[in-house]
Ligand binder design. Sequence first.
Ligand SMILES: *Cc1c(COP(=O)(O)O)cnc(C)c1O
Length: 219
Amino acid sequence: MHEIGAKIAEIEQKIKNKAHLVAVSKRQSNEKIMEAYRSGFKRFGENYVQELVGKAEELPKDIEWHMIGHLQSNKVKYIAPFVSLIHSVDSFKLLKEINKQAKKFERTIPCLLQVHIAEEDTKTGLNFEELDEILESHETKNLENIEIRGLMGMSSLTDDTRQVAEEFKSLKAKFDQINNSKNYHLTELSMGMSGDWPLAIEMGSTLIRVGSAIFGTRS
Ligand SMILES: *Cc1c(COP(=O)(O)O)cnc(C)c1O
């Protein structure tokens, strides 16, 4: 009956204070989200703007909503008033639009830059060169209504644990390099999903995004 709350408690027990959990509720019902909420959990991640906006309207206002899916610039305005963290910033154009909308709503929107670490071409994200370009650009430093808080990455869909570990390790190394440069103080490294979060934590993740392992298969 309280299965969802128990699953969340189990994961949180294992990650202790090493990382925070984002429960990925995309294509899961409001009932299931409320089951998690009633167990005391308030941090959820969504992939689709329309679904996110609908849920944010219908569900309690103290939920912390994270946008983790690919985001189109023309849809930023719908989530700008309330989103807590955007994990999936994959272009300078998008970052500028987030800044513009955040300004309109008189707030700062925390962002993570999504980096492509997987083997497959299908997964979106910046390569290291594009990432450096954004971080080093003067234009970025002038965006006053966004806060670049860290990096996000998705590993390859493979059973090869060694490869996944290498991918996470490369992102952690980049994260450390950026922090060592002293131009940024990044605090969040978002990596790890249902199938690979324990490994991601070992490799230095501070935010894991877990969906099916909590809520079951999606509709
Ligand atoms: C769907 C999704 C997740 C969660 O995936 P699960 O395998 O269900 O844990 C995490 N991150 C992103 C970006 C996703 O799209």
